[in-house]
Design a protein. Structure first.
Length: 617
């Protein structure tokens, strides 16, 4: 399951597949019985539908069972097996009867004689069957959900539907009910009360063909043509999760035990895909389960700041080893590559080195009294990446200080942006790597507008001012300035604020910008913790926008200093993304399973000679 390698082949009498219809395969939840249905032409009418051959295999011995047989009846292409695999249940797509085959004896029990009548050439209109409880099996139809006794196959309940809500797919909800899908929507039914619990509308032309339940997360997955979308089991609302299968057919979703992975089988393409449902994949891993991302990464890119689900108890987390580092604190935030701001009601604001915390030392520094006297009690301490200093601000105070992040001492006199008409509130600050420039994005209460200013911290000289309506900035390692606003993402000359290039911006909000030290990779995070990654050399957006929830504004995604790692928040923990291009190239080759075609090469690499991309030259 993890590698896709064949581990075993079964030598069983599988009849040839001579019709246009696909085989159906089912395995009992206990893993003991395999059932394979192969459609056959009707006995008296060549190339008319249908008889069906059923092959039953004991997976313990690998041998076919004597109950294997040809059933001279129409059957659904879906097979339902109980956990022990003792009975194979199929519906009749014409009459909507239940047909049960005893896997041990081969005896067939049907809900009515009509199930075994001759329906050669008659079109069926249903293909759904599901076990929905300890003694009930359901069959779908365009007009109703039909419930049968599992032992006698007798019809016990008929639940009419307004439109076709059950003919395409059925899956039990593990609570005695069932979820059905048809051309007119998806619905959940309470079988005991004989009524519909909820109904979900499907987009026109995009019905659900197959359903799969992931009980651990309370999600129903709906297989559409080309995509798989998710519904909330309790409410029937679409969760917003939808991923492309890149297949021009309906794929059969098969969740693995535990609900963190899913196989997606495309019968026409004879291809099986493997997808992790927790957001991980070939280049991403989930760590710090049960914790939320609340802060950035240290200089190594191995330690992040997390918080508990209720937003309290800040703690460092080693994402490489997936273990906590140190105890819980009331507040933690990086102010330098290896320095943290720690705050508690009892001790106030303290500056502590990461390695001192690991060693259990209580070696702390405090802010320079000059800074405290000037700014008061509501000091905000922030890093100035990529420069060497942190910066101290206070809400509504127009002066600020550069701070040595290791000692807490002021690195010079107070700084101020000339010409502020009201009071200043900080949005973002960044410093050039050599410490010669500071870019400050702030809100001025006078004109009630945000601006970005560039200062020389050595002299206090204002070098450039403007970029109204900006919300954040970052100085790159190569000495340019990136600004972000609701509508724009722009690269500027640092000393003049003249725009150089504009980047595509996938969401309206934007506040936090992080740039790798080498100036090649940029991360932008919105107020709502949506995140986008960019390649600065080509001014291109890399990949899809990422939803990265966090209890802290614009902190749901963080980029390592070297640009080789991205971490993003999820509801279940932290996703760690390896940004090594070679790893992604290998993953793309593994997924595609082939080289680029000649037309693909000409499209993406025009004018270049084609060469192997997935195998060595």
């Amino acid at each position: 399951m993890d590698t896709g390698e064949v581990t075993r082949e079964l030598d069983v009498p599988l009849v040839p597949a001579e019709t246009p219809w696909d085989r159906a395969v089912a395995v009992s939840d206990g893993g003991q019985i395999l059932a394979i249905q192969t459609p056959m032409w009707a006995a008296e009418a060549e190339e008319e539908c249908c008889r069906n051959h059923f092959l039953f295999v004991d997976l313990g011995t690998g041998e076919a069972l004597h109950s294997s047989q040809v059933l001279n009846a129409r059957t659904t292409f879906q097979i339902a097996l109980p956990e022990d695999g003792s009975v194979a249940y199929v519906g009749n797509p014409v009459t909507h009867d239940l047909q049960a085959i005893d896997v041990a004896t081969g005896e067939v029990t049907v809900s009515s004689p009509e199930a075994l009548a001759d329906h050669t050439g008659v079109d069926g209109d249903s293909d759904s069957v599901a076990i929905i409880g300890p003694d009930a099996v359901a069959v779908g139809s365009p007009e109703a959900l039909l419930v049968y006794d599992d032992a006698s196959a007798a019809l016990t309940r008929r639940i009419p539907t307004e439109g076709d809500l059950t003919s395409a797919g059925l899956v039990g909800d593990r609570a005695g009910g069932v979820i059905g899908a048809g051309p007119d929507g998806v619905a959940r039914f309470d079988v005991t009360r004989g009524e519909m619990t909820w109904r979900a509308v499907v987009p026109p032309g995009r019905p659900c063909q197959y359903l799969a339940l992931v009980e651990s997360s309370g999600v129903i997955y709906c297989s559409r043509l080309g995509t798989v979308a998710a519904l909330d089991l309790a409410t029937g609302t679409w969760t917003g999760e939808e991923f492309a299968t890149l297949m021009d057919e309906y794929v059969l979703p098969l969740p693995r035990v535990g609900g963190e992975e899913m196989l997606l089988h495309a019968p026409i393409a004879s291809t099986t895909l493997y997808r992790r449902l927790d957001g991980t994949g070939p280049a991403a891993a989930l760590v710090a389960r049960g914790r939320l991302l609340a802060g950035g990464l240290d200089a190594t890119g191995d330690v992040a700041i997390t918080t508990s689900a209720d937003g309290t108890g800040f703690q460092r987390w080693d994402i490489e080893a997936d273990v906590p580092r140190g105890g819980a604190e009331e507040w933690l935030s990086w102010i330098g590559p290896d320095e943290l701001e720690r705050f508690s009601i009892e001790s106030g604001l303290e500056i502590v080195a990461d390695h001192d915390l690991d060693a259990g030392k209580n070696t702390v520094a405090h802010l320079d009294p000059v800074i405290v006297d000037a700014l008061g009690d509501e000091i905000v301490l922030v890093p100035g990446r990529p420069g060497p200093h942190a910066f101290a601000f206070a809400p509504g105070v127009n002066t600020f200080f550069a701070v040595d992040p290791a000692t807490g001492e002021a690195a010079g006199d107070a700084l101020e942006v000339p010409g502020i008409e009201g009071r200043m509130f900080l949005n973002r600050v960044s410093e050039s790597a050599d410490g010669s420039r500071i870019a400050l994005t702030y809100y001025d209460t006078g004109p009630q507008q945000t601006y970005t200013a560039v200062l020389d911290p050595r002299t206090g000289e204002l070098l450039a001012h403007g970029a109204p309506a900006t919300e954040g900035n970052a100085i790159t390692g190569t000495g340019d300035l990136i600004t972000v606003s609701d509508a724009t993402l722009t690269r500027h000359d640092l000393d003049t604020l003249e725009p150089i290039v504009s980047f595509p911006k996938p969401f309206s909000s934007g506040n936090a910008i992080q740039v790798s030290d080498d100036g090649s990779t940029m991360l932008v995070v919105g107020w709502d913790n949506r995140a986008a990654l960019y390649g600065l050399d080509g001014a291109v957006k890399l990949g899809d926008t990422i939803d990265a929830p966090s209890p802290e504004l614009a902190r749901g995604a963080q980029l390592s200093h070297d640009g080789r790692r991205l971490v993003t928040g999820t509801a279940d923990g932290i996703l760690v993304w390896d940004l090594d291009p070679a790893l992604h190239a290998r993953a793309a080759c593994d997924i595609a399973g082939r080289e680029l075609t000649a037309i693909e090469w000409a499209t993406y690499f025009p004018g270049e000679d084609q060469r192997p991309t997935c195998t060595p030259d």
